[in-house]
Design a protein around this ligand. Structure first.
Ligand SMILES: [Zn+2]
Length: 318
């Protein structure tokens, strides 16, 4: 199939731009890119989709979202909410407790459909829903496959809902990781191990996570220093900063996603670089939660791999 008669942005290293370009797709692969006329001539038997001057570019990757919060849009908070912790308590954590598996499925449908409509073809999600943990990742994965969007899933492990739930969350991550490993030819659905954030994870829980993950090479997906409270908590309880603490537990690495990093210092940026950990910046969310501005420019200058996420505020990357 030729998709053509549009402005092609290849997003390659040379930043190639074709004013009247086209791409040739065979199966799952883009086999050729070039001028629309030339491509039609070279492959006369191919079906042609005319985009009429629109932009043809690689699909966007939303590197951090929370499908579980699809119902939150426009929802107001009933109690007074003056800091980041209260935003979590009064909005996100009162919402995630109520979710059933059917809600999770509907949230996933809404999020994925809107993502596709906005040019997102890969969504990396960080799921939470303490009272419907079991099977939640499988429910989301089914929805993604139904719609044909690429996705990476995990479930936030946290101590915030009590020990029983923590155990269930660890199990759901591991069940899903194992299922994806069995189905390793499927390049549309992948698994990570989800951790909420340092301040809701005791050392005891992190040791349990390490034990469960022994022998597995999947990356972790974790919020780091989104609010200053995360750093205060880590310094007070463990005498080290958030990135140092997670590094000591072997959480960082080239497959791990460290989300936000609003309140990290120079040494923490260096640890992320040394471990080749990816960082995800979520500007809209940072503004909404009034947590501050991460040192993104500095991260770029120091060669960190930085992705963009919506953190589920909208599904429109732009
Ligand atoms: Zn998040």
């Amino acid at each position: 199939m030729i998709i053509g008669n549009g402005k092609v942005i290849t997003n390659d290293q040379n930043n190639t731009f074709l004013e009247n370009g086209a791409v040739l797709i065979k199966g799952n692969l883009i086999e050729d890119v070039g001028n629309f006329g030339a491509l039609k001539k070279a492959y006369p038997d191919e079906e042609v989709v005319d985009v009429k001057g629109r932009i043809i570019m690689p699909g966007m990757i939303c590197a951090h979202s929370h499908i579980y919060s699809a119902y939150a849009r426009g929802m107001s908070v009933s109690k007074s909410t003056g800091n980041f912790f209260e935003v979590l308590e009064n909005l996100w954590w009162s919402l995630d407790k109520k979710l059933t598996l059917e809600d999770v499925r509907l949230n996933a449908l809404t999020t994925y459909i809107e993502s596709i409509q906005n040019g997102v073809t890969t969504l990396i999600d960080h799921h939470a829903g303490p009272n419907s943990v079991e099977g939640s990742l499988f429910t989301i994965a089914e929805t993604a496959q139904e719609l044909g969007i690429r996705t990476s899933l995990c479930c936030e492990v946290s101590d915030r809902d009590g020990k029983e739930i923590t155990v269930k969350e660890i199990k759901e991550n591991m069940d899903f990781i194992k299922a994806c490993e069995k189905d390793d030819k499927n390049d549309m659905v992948k698994a990570m191990f989800g951790l909420h954030a340092s301040f809701t994870l005791s050392d005891e829980t992190l040791y349990k996570v390490k034990e469960a993950m022994e022998g597995f090479t999947n990356g972790f997906h974790v919020h780091i220093a989104e609010g200053i409270e995360d750093q205060f908590d880590s310094l007070k309880k463990y005498g080290k900063r958030v990135v140092e603490r997670l590094h000591d537990f072997g959480i960082l690495g080239e497959k791990t996603i460290a989300v936000h990093g609003v309140h990290i210092n120079q040494r923490e940026i260096e640890i992320l670089k040394e471990t080749d950990t990816s960082v995800v910046h979520n500007p809209e969310s940072n503004m909404n939660n009034a947590v501050g501005v991460p040192p993104v420019v500095s991260m770029f200058k120091q060669g960190l791999r930085v992705g963009l996420g919506t953190d589920a505020y909208t599904n429109d990357m732009f």
